[in-house]
Design a binder for this molecule. Sequence first.
Ligand SMILES: NC(=O)c1ccc[n+]([C@@H]2O[C@H](COP(=O)([O-])OP(=O)(O)OC[C@H]3O[C@@H](n4cnc5c(N)ncnc54)[C@H](O)[C@@H]3O)[C@@H](O)[C@H]2O)c1
Length: 241
Amino acid sequence: MADISGPALQHAITKVKELVPHAEKVDTIICDVSEETDVAAMVSHVDSWGGVDVIFNNAGIMHADDADAVDTPDRIWDLTHNINVKGVWYGSKHAVLSMRKFEKKKGSIINTASVVALVGSATPQLAYTASKGAVLAMTRELAIVHAREGFRFNALCPAPLNTPLLQDWLGDDVAKRHRREIHFPTGRFGEAIEQAQAVLFLASDESSFVNGTDFVVDGGMTKAYVTPEGPPTQPPANLAR
Ligand SMILES: NC(=O)c1ccc[n+]([C@@H]2O[C@H](COP(=O)([O-])OP(=O)(O)OC[C@H]3O[C@@H](n4cnc5c(N)ncnc54)[C@H](O)[C@@H]3O)[C@@H](O)[C@H]2O)c1
């Protein structure tokens, strides 16, 4: 597991040890995914384990100062794209290099995008949205380019989640929060574990013919028709039995 934050890694490894007490090999490394040398070091760290079979490029930020076309500062655009887009590129690049180095005949790369790459966000976050669109397009191309090598690339598109990235950003702003909640057919935010189960599938051989997908895990959000009052909770009267 790699992250820029030591406390985040500590939290993660404690959780893994709790959930999988007999896990044989778990390791952590500090890595800023926007720095290629860090990513290269992270990947070569698993050389003694036989190289990369699966990589989950999940690190991402949504900055508090991200805004609309007029108000998004240049430095926030660059910071967001350096982490969210370049980070995924570097992760993909060094995974491919490792798989080639160890002559792997198959491999799975999962890149985290977002539903905001598929549907328009009601809340302005332009740098973030553009970065996730880039992840989607980049992953699709990588999937096709590397298909004959047996390396699969899929993009994960989560709905708004109950994780610090979004919950800290929404804070106590009830109106901002309501603009999100109104879109949920299920009436709730997604949980990280529900994304993790999808990633597990994409990482495994069970998904051996799944390649280049925009793998949407959103409780139906992007397929829902919503009115300004939210999704219908009752069938229309003419359909009621
Ligand atoms: N939370 C949501 O609603 C939501 C929805 C769609 C997509 N996503 C995406 O899911 C992914 C995970 O988000 P999350 O909700 O778990 O966020 P989170 O903020 O809880 O976790 C993100 C992690 O990325 C790490 N990170 C930040 N910058 C980094 C860098 N430069 N190098 C290495 N690590 C870095 C952080 O330390 C943190 O541990 C992100 O790519 C995010 O954009 C989240």
